[in-house]
Design a protein around this ligand. Structure first.
Ligand code: 9MG
Length: 285
């Protein structure tokens, strides 16, 4: 029997009785028009509107790419990219907005502008004060597992036992968050597919997700496999725009193995996939 979780954010309690879809909204120079700030906000609003119509439950806004080979951008640039977009989405739609950042200053400004969840790919390793923001503002907090610093996180030497490493590191992240006063109901965990893992270890983590569900029974799990390179590697080096089937297959398996929230680019296709998986699961009782 699955636990009927609710996720506490600064603006609501999000029920997790059915799987949720977090739609990805990247506000990086390669994502939207180069026609100036208003055009970027307009494009981002249209993209958010489409994802919401397609069934997204949460919009994850990020201004700094964490893809392999990306460099850190100045703090002011990150804030300048995400704030107008978060403000515009919060004004127009009643949907939970998460801010994808590993900087506490960005998290705080985003929370002021209307973000109610902080999605930290570093699991508090880059800037522990993110936990102070989450505690003070009452936001939801995604603690994602990753290894290494910003520049080296995609070129880490492999560890022998990735499952044990993820468990130990996530335990440390929960302890750090709790020490700042973040409550268990605010915390969602994420294994960090593609961050400091070999392609085989990414597959292993998806296959063994049920073990993490048992280990962290107080926290829902979020998984992001969408268009990631381990999928391309299996499919004869398919580029990102040819990884939809692989993204849906891995989302379906992650859901089957206990994930509660899927972070994706292709919202409508994922929503349909999850509905089928849920229907099959419901027929087991
Ligand atoms: C920002 N980002 C990129 N990949 C991600 C993943 O798998 N999970 C989360 N929480 N954030 C991610």
């Amino acid at each position: 029997m699955e636990r009927p979780f609710a996720w506490k954010t600064s603006r609501r309690s999000i029920t997790l009785e059915r799987p949720l879809v977090m739609g990805i909204l990247n506000v990086t120079p390669d994502s939207f028009s180069d026609g100036g700030r208003y055009a970027v906000v307009d494009d981002a609003l249209k993209h958010a509107e489409t994802m919401i119509a397609d069934g997204a439950d949460i919009i994850d806004v990020g201004g700094e790419s964490t893809r392999p080979g990306s460099d850190r951008i100045p703090l002011a640039d990150e804030i300048g990219r995400v704030l107008p977009v978060i403000g515009a989405i919060a004004k127009r739609f009643d949907i939970p907005i998460s801010i994808d950042t590993s900087r506490s200053e960005v998290a705080r400004s985003a929370a002021d502008a209307g973000a109610e969840i902080v999605n930290d790919i570093s699991g508090l390793r880059f800037d522990e004060k993110i936990a102070a923001v989450a505690a003070g503002e009452g936001t939801g907090l995604v603690l994602m597992h990753s290894r290494g610093d910003f520049g080296s996180m995609h070129s880490q030497p492999p560890v022998d036992d990735i499952l044990a490493e993820v468990v130990a590191d996530l335990r440390r992240a929960i302890a750090a968050a709790t020490s700042y006063g973040v409550s268990a109901e605010q915390i969602v965990l994420d294994v960090g597919i593609g961050f400091g893992k070999t392609p085989d270890q990414n597959l292993e983590l998806i296959a063994k997700l049920d073990k993490l569900v048992q280990e962290f029974h107080d926290h829902p799990l979020l998984v992001g496999t969408s268009r990631k390179s381990f999928i391309g590697k299996i499919l004869d080096n398919a580029p990102a725009d040819r990884r939809l089937a692989g993204s849906l297959a891995t989302a379906a398996i992650a859901l089957w193995n206990g994930a509660r929230i899927l972070r994706v680019h292709d919202v409508s296709e994922t929503v349909e996939t999850l509905r089928i998986v849920s229907a099959v699961r419901a027929s087991m009782v």
